[in-house]
Design a protein around this ligand. Structure first.
Ligand SMILES: Nc1ncnc2c1ncn2[C@@H]1O[C@H](COP(=O)(O)OP(=O)(O)OP(=O)(O)O)[C@@H](O)[C@H]1O
Ligand SMILES: [Mg+2]
Length: 262
């Protein structure tokens, strides 16, 4: 098993009981999990715990998280540096926000590659251009010279995805990667993510959109109020939802000719 969360509790500083309680999940190599749930249900908290970067004094206060059999909760700062951005990487809601507005994309991308590898500047540049091309970005050399504010949201997101997959991560975490985009661009980005998952990267994707979830996930988890209310194979969850909350979510999806199009 690539990733295993077993009865994980997550607490933020100052809160009496854990904000997220008793989350268990398993992800095999190349498998995709979508997490849906209302705002504040704990989705971001769960994937940030997997990446070992909880804000606000957050910590895993119970249970275990293992990646390739290694206990992530025991990792040193050095240990994390070897894994984060390489074996496990993350795509954010708006990748533009994660980048520095006063440096070109190329400068940041090359730097990112060189921090995680021993490539020369030239090799790193070529690698970056190769990845941008793979993400269907037109004129990748121009993009390398651009600043984040010069690109559209969809283009920035493609740059973010390109960076995240540079080192062919075994696990890709995506926190609402399409929700800042218009519907057409959303569909394109979902397409890019499908393509990536074909390269055998396992993926956890957080989304508000149950359509995106059903399209991108082999497994589906539904969270509510810091708890998992549903977890299983996507088809099983969608055809036999156990929790009332999931039924409500599904009821909001239009049915056409008796078939539900999610
Ligand atoms: N930095 C923090 N410090 C303290 N509490 C936090 C912090 N970040 C999140 N929380 C709390 O954790 C709970 C879950 O938040 P989280 O951001 O994981 O939800 P979410 O499901 O990702 O919501 P959204 O759909 O709005 O992104 C919330 O009740 C929130 O108040
Ligand atoms: Mg969130």
């Amino acid at each position: 098993m690539l990733l295993n969360l077993s009865h994980v509790d997550i607490s933020y500083q100052g809160s009496e009981k854990p904000t997220v309680q008793d989350v268990s999940l398993e992800l095999a190599e190349g498998e995709r999990l979508a997490i849906v749930g209302e705002s504040g249900s704990g989705k971001t908290t769960v994937i940030r715990a997997v990446l070992g970067c909880l804000p606000g004094g957050g910590r895993v206060s119970g249970g275990s998280i293992t990646f390739e059999g290694k206990n992530l909760l025991d990792l040193s700062v050095d240990g994390w540096q070897k894994i984060r951005g390489k074996d496990i990487s993350m795509i954010f809601q708006d990748s533009g926000n994660m980048m520095n507005p006063v440096h070109t994309i190329g400068k940041q991308y090359v730097e990112y590659i060189r921090v995680h590898s021993d490539m020369s500047k030239k090799e790193a540049y070529d690698k970056a251009v190769e990845l941008l091309t793979m993400m269907n970005l037109p004129n990748p050399e121009n993009i390398m010279e651009s600043y984040t504010f010069e690109l559209s949201g969809g283009m920035r997101q493609r740059v973010g995805i390109a960076m995240a997959i540079t080192f062919q991560p075994k696990l890709l975490l995506a926190d609402e990667p399409t929700s800042a985009l218009d519907v057409t661009t959303q569909a394109q980005i979902v397409g890019e993510l499908m393509y990536i998952s074909g390269t055998n990267a396992a993926m956890i994707i957080v989304t508000h959109n149950i359509g995106v979830a059903s399209c991108l996930g082999d497994k589906l988890m539904v969270m509510q109020g810091g708890h998992v209310v549903e977890y299983g194979k996507t088809d099983d969850v969608l055809s036999h939802p156990k929790a009332e909350y999931t039924k409500t979510l599904l009821a909001a999806v239009p049915e056409i000719g008796g078939k539900r199009y999610v």
